[in-house]
Design a protein around this ligand. Structure first.
Ligand code: GZL
Length: 320
């Protein structure tokens, strides 16, 4: 009887070990191993996103392998290849730019390792990844555009707008620009007189804004694709002797702590939120994949917008 029971238990253990749907073995401890390639650490949003992913992995009991690509696509591709070699159970990443991912995604598919996109999109065939979790950046641009349309609905002359765009070729930069410009086209007084990338960083946002200020004596509004470039631009505007939020109105996207503080302080006029808190949803997706359960192809994060008053009210209890 014992021999039969032992044989049955051994067969069950082998069957269980083979159920993993990825190339991974679930690690020695039987835990799910997730390989995550992060864009970099370019902004307050990115830091909050990294914290969310790491804390959620720990809470979910998932073994996280994490890498910071310093905003370089070649680093992300190399890291994803190393995760394939390590036979992780699932790969997740936030693609720094939209193009150039077909080859490495096909390698992951050939290795039977499922891939999840977080935060940003790619232009590869959707069959190459299981799910894309992140914001609708076009809607974020439209929300900012709607505020600008309302703010200047009674303008009788040209409203000179400067746009600080995010990282060249990134989904948020492409789609926020698309959403914003499609909205402001409704009012011919609203004119984008300068539009340049500040690469989502404070330093570049300040440097680009300094040059634009020198070349354009009359600027009415700045739209920065993220808070950090807006905060850098605020430094440039103040150093040029102008009042941010008053002489030059400012609208941004993200709603991270420092952006919300500037909004509450009146230096920014409106922010559309882009939530970085994707960690819990990502771990839920990873567990469902390993359990062979269905996962939605596209999961859009819920977010809102903030006026100066709303920022002052939200700040005390904000998570990031
Ligand atoms: C948006 C994210 C962007 C943020 C920036 O989801 O990819 O990248 O808006 C960050 O702050 O650098």
């Amino acid at each position: 009887m014992n021999r039969k029971l032992t044989a049955l238990l051994a067969a069950m253990a082998l069957a269980l070990a083979a159920t993993g749907c990825g190339g991974g073995s679930g690690g020695d401890s039987g835990k799910i191993t997730l390989g995550f390639s992060q864009v970099g650490s370019e902004s307050g949003w990115r830091e909050a996103n990294t914290k969310s992913v790491k804390e959620s992995a720990q809470a979910a009991g998932i073994d996280l392998k994490f890498s910071d690509a310093q905003q370089k696509q070649e680093n992300q591709i190399a890291t994803i290849r190393s995760y394939i070699q390590q036979k992780v159970d699932v790969i997740a990443f936030s693609p720094v730019v939209v193009t150039g991912w077909d080859a490495v995604l096909k390698e992951a598919q050939a290795a039977k390792i499922p891939v999840v996109l977080t935060d940003r999109a790619v232009d590869s065939d959707p069959s190459l990844y299981v799910s894309f979790l992140g914001s609708d950046f076009v809607k974020e641009g439209e929300a900012v555009g709607d505020w600008v349309l309302d703010e200047y609905k009674d303008a009788t002359g040209p409203v000179n707008i400067v746009q600080l765009e995010g990282t060249v070729g990134s989904a948020p930069a492409i789609d926020r620009k698309k959403g914003f410009e499609s909205k402001i086209a409704a009012n011919p007084n609203l004119k984008v007189i300068a539009s340049q990338s500040g690469d989502f960083t404070r330093a570049d946002g300040k440097e680009v804004m300094q040059a634009i200020l020198k070349a354009n004596p009359k600027i009415d509004l700045l739209f920065a694709h993220n808070d950090d470039m807006g905060l850098g631009a605020i430094q440039a505007i103040e150093e040029a002797g102008k009042k941010p939020g008053v002489d030059i109105k400012i609208v941004t996207i993200d709603a991270v702590h420092d952006g919300m503080q500037a909004l509450a302080d009146g230096k920014i006029n409106f922010i559309a939120e882009c939530s970085p808190l994707l960690g819990d949803q990502l771990m839920d997706i990873v567990k469902k994949i390993k359990a062979g359960q269905p996962v939605d192809k596209r999961i859009v994060t819920t977010e809102t917008t903030f006026t100066q008053q709303q920022a002052a009210e939200a700040l005390p209890t904000r998570k990031y």
